[in-house]
Design a protein around this ligand. Structure first.
Ligand code: SF4
Ligand code: SF4
Ligand code: SF4
Length: 784
């Protein structure tokens, strides 16, 4: 990513843009902050908001006609916030002490003819910038055109206060000045660097300017006239727009006197429409508060009520939905810069590594973002760059990649025609996670497909390679996918039927030559209402769409049709279909940031009190791991298969899980691998009548340990087979340390990249494990 790409990306996120009120105010008063202060009754803070951007606040806040209201978003849900009345309420209260904000003096001088609003604002702005400003007012006092013009709204005392402040700031004032003839203009141009003609001062001038209908012609945005160094403005009907004209002319004079472009980067001067998006969903309509006194404005309590109606407009649509984006306390625009810095870093810590590696790559942000901010693409491409540059920390995805290696090993990988067949029309590719989660369903499903769809349905056990894709390992991903493709070709290119939405989208996107169909789409053609009767799902269920189905409306619809065939009532989650949330598995978050993955799943299940139903095995297990009751769609379609996918162990709880598949515990990582290996062995034996290859020596070791320890080992991503390998190695080689006091042994072994340490002791025919941990360090001269 280069600087330009970063800027283009940042520009997509509108979170930092001005709210509509600020953009719609010709002076860009920050009404959102004003409302935030007033909602808490903090008038001092509200005053400070005004002092930042509103010139002559004691005057303008009283007479502003509030054009910002036309753009205030609250107007779409009730009445717009009455920002002008809130401002008036603020300036009725004492002004807090203000620090002088004047810049160092400059050796340039500006003359102003007339002290109407635009002339006063221009004088005030240029004085702050350090220019010498001299104001020539034909009337008897500074601000003469203002006195009496706005009736009760603008008392003389309020004008007096602002005029004194202007003189105190050092603006030189000449009242009773003769400014109407050309001689004044010539003299001013001889003595000053620029001259401003204030058109709202009621002056009639005979200056040699280009005129139309008796008024000088000037540029609305810049204030420039037909004469160099002579500017004009202030003839708008709106007081605040007149003030803004003076401000824009002051900006032009400043640029002129500094010798820089008069027009560059001024497109957001004056009122404009902001691109900031704010959702109005769930915003109730609220009417405006009527002020107790139309002149004095709101009482403090009324001001608070009115200010509370402000929506505090911002976007954050993606952050509200995505626990990952919320976790890092920013939003995509800020994250894009952090990621850019992370990639560009030469020395030091890459602090954004975890930010990059935790994204679920689920695409919900883009689905919700009004401008399609592609956070997933950004994180995925960054992971790929990190892998290519050799700066990806191995710990991030090691565990998931090891699991992928297992799925590709001879312990699980298997592609066959149906028993007794030498050709396949279809090929069931259940996906590695369904085999890991509920192998019984795979067996039932395979039988159902052969009986109902085609006897010529082959079977493919393996992984589509998506974990490598998510880890940024392009080469590994291509190899894995290619391996599946080669098997598919060997079997005669049958149509793959997959039960996994991720496999489906992976094939469709990265292997478009492979014919593939979603299981749920196929099944809707063969099942009718009443063909399946759900066991235990008598109450309505909330459907969780997997994020891989986000862009597959047909698959989502098919899953719902099948659910309706079972008779179960369906509740839609608020974030469903293309806006669905990830379960915490996507993008390998469970590997790179398990604690956050848990939070993600917890957030998801909290969205409905109803039991959930998922139609992706990994979603089902991740959500069920929170303790939520979650069905897999297959639990409802094939309830009799429940008994065959239960983990070994407590038969009492297994019995209840048979009756209540939603309560089936999510298998741990060790169990998942064992389920996959057992499924392959069982299918070889029962369907193809083949003796499966013998189990490896370490797999025969029987381990015992406290249940708490097994949970801890799951958290540490240490599998039972890892422990078995270490113990077998230690027992065979004798390379172990003995603790004479406890009689326990400590041994280590590095089967691949990770070194495992196990504290154990023989116990009868078994081995009792007391503790185990792992690290990515190689011990020189240690056992291989
Ligand atoms: S609701 Fe509040 S922040 Fe939004 S436009 Fe109106 S005043 Fe501004
Ligand atoms: S986890 Fe999903 S929604 Fe959140 S940023 Fe990543 S792709 Fe977007
Ligand atoms: S949805 Fe997110 S990325 Fe899109 S504009 Fe809003 S805050 Fe930015």
């Amino acid at each position: 990513m280069d600087q330009q790409q970063l800027r283009d990306l940042e520009a997509k996120c509108v979170q930092e843009l001005s709210p509509q009120c600020k953009a719609g105010c010709p002076l860009h008063v920050d009404a959102r902050s004003l409302c935030a202060s007033l909602a808490t009754g903090d008038f001092d803070a509200a005053w400070q908001v005004l002092l930042k951007t509103l010139p002559l606040p004691g005057v303008l806040a009283r007479i502003c006609d509030g054009p910002c209201r036309q753009q205030c978003l609250r107007g779409k849900a009730g009445d717009p916030v009455q920002i002008h009345l809130l401002e008036r309420s603020v300036v009725q209260r004492p002004r807090p002490r203000q620090r002088s904000l004047a810049m160092p003096a400059r050796d340039k001088a500006v003359a102003v003819a007339g002290s109407g609003l635009s002339g006063l604002v221009l004088a005030s702005d240029l004085k702050r910038k350090g220019y010498t400003v001299t104001l020539f007012e034909p009337g008897p006092r500074l601000g003469h055109p203002l006195y009496g013009r706005f009736g009760e709204l603008l008392p003389d005392a309020a004008i007096d206060e602002e005029m004194s402040a202007l003189e105190d700031a050092g603006v030189v004032v000449h009242t009773g000045a003769e400014v109407s003839d050309g001689a004044f203009m010539d003299g001013a141009l001889a003595s000053f660097d620029a001259l401003y003609l204030c058109l709202d001062a009621g002056l009639e001038v005979a200056w040699p300017l280009r005129m139309e209908q008796g008024a000088p012609v000037y540029d609305e945005m810049l204030g420039t006239t037909s004469l160099s160094r002579v500017l004009a403005g202030g003839d708008s009907a709106s007081p605040v727009e007149r003030a803004a004209q003076g401000r824009r002319a002051a900006n032009t004079i400043d640029r002129l006197l500094q010798g820089v472009s008069l027009s560059a980067e001024r497109s957001d001067q004056g009122a404009y429409r902001s691109r900031l998006y704010t959702s109005l969903a769930k915003v109730p309509s609220l009417p405006a508060v009527v002020p107790a006194d139309p002149i004095e404005g709101f009482s403090p309590q009324q001001a608070a009520y009115e200010a509370e109606r402000c929506l505090q407009c911002e976007c954050l649509e993606c952050v509200k939905a995505c626990a990952y984006l919320a976790h890092y306390k920013g939003y995509p625009k800020t994250y894009a810069r952090q990621i850019y810095n992370n990639l560009a870093i030469v020395k030091g810590h890459r602090q954004a590594n975890q930010l990059i590696n935790s994204c679920m790559l689920c695409g919900q942000c883009s689905a919700l973002c009004p401008h399609d901010f592609p956070m997933a693409e950004l994180c995925l491409e960054t992971r790929q760059s990190m892998v290519a540059e050799g700066i990806m920390p191995p710990s991030a995805f090691d565990f998931a990649l090891e699991d992928l290696r297992f799925s590709s090993s001879s312990e699980f990988f298997l592609f066959r025609h149906a028993p007794g067949r030498d050709a396949s029309t279809y090929l069931l590719f259940p996906g590695c996670q369904l085999c890991a989660s509920s192998p019984g369903h795979v067996e039932v499903l395979y039988q159902w497909l052969r009986e109902n769809v085609s006897q010529a349905t082959g079977l493919g056990l393996g992984c589509c390679g998506v974990p490598a894709h998510w880890a940024g390992e392009r080469g590994c991903f291509e190899r894995e996918l290619d391996r599946v493709r080669q098997e598919w070709e060997r079997l005669g290119k049958p149509t793959i039927i997959t039960a996994c939405a991720t496999c489906l989208s992976t094939f469709q996107e990265y292997a478009p030559d492979v014919a593939v169909a979603g299981l749920w789409n196929i099944m809707t053609g063969y099942l009718s209402p009443g063909d399946a009767s759900p066991r235990g799902a008598k109450k309505p269920v909330a459907v969780h769409d997997p994020c891989a189905a986000r862009h597959n409306p047909v698959l989502r619809h098919s899953a719902r049709r099948l659910l309706s065939h079972t008779g179960v009532k369906v509740r839609e989650l608020e974030l469903a279909h293309e806006q669905t949330s990830c379960c915490g598995y996507g993008g390998l978050m469970y590997s790179s940031n398990p604690a956050l993955a848990k939070k993600v799943a917890e957030k998801r299940v909290s969205e409905s009190k109803a039991d959930f139903v998922a139609y992706c095995a990994m979603c089902r297990d991740n959500l069920a791991a929170t303790g939520k009751r979650v069905y897999h769609l297959l639990d409802l379609l094939f309830p009799e298969a429940a008994k065959s996918h239960l983990p070994p162990g407590n038969s009492k709880s297994n019995n209840s899980a048979q009756e209540d598949p939603a309560a089936r515990p999510a298998p741990g990582f060790s169990q998942r691998q064992e389920n996959k290996a057992d499924l392959r062995r069982r299918l070889l034996k029962t369907l193809w009548q083949e003796e499966p290859p013998p189990m490896q020596a370490h797999q025969h070791l029987d381990l015992v340990m406290e249940p708490g320890l097994q949970e801890l080992l799951e958290e540490r991503r240490i599998l039972l087979n890892d422990l078995r390998r270490v113990i077998l190695h230690a027992e065979r080689t004798g390379q172990k340390l003995a603790d004479a006091k406890t009689g326990r042994f400590l041994a280590y072994h590095q089967p691949v990249r990770v070194t495992y340490w196990v504290e154990y002791a023989p116990e009868g025919e078994s081995f009792r494990v007391y503790n185990a941990y792992s690290h990515r360090m190689t011990i020189p001269g240690g056992p291989a």
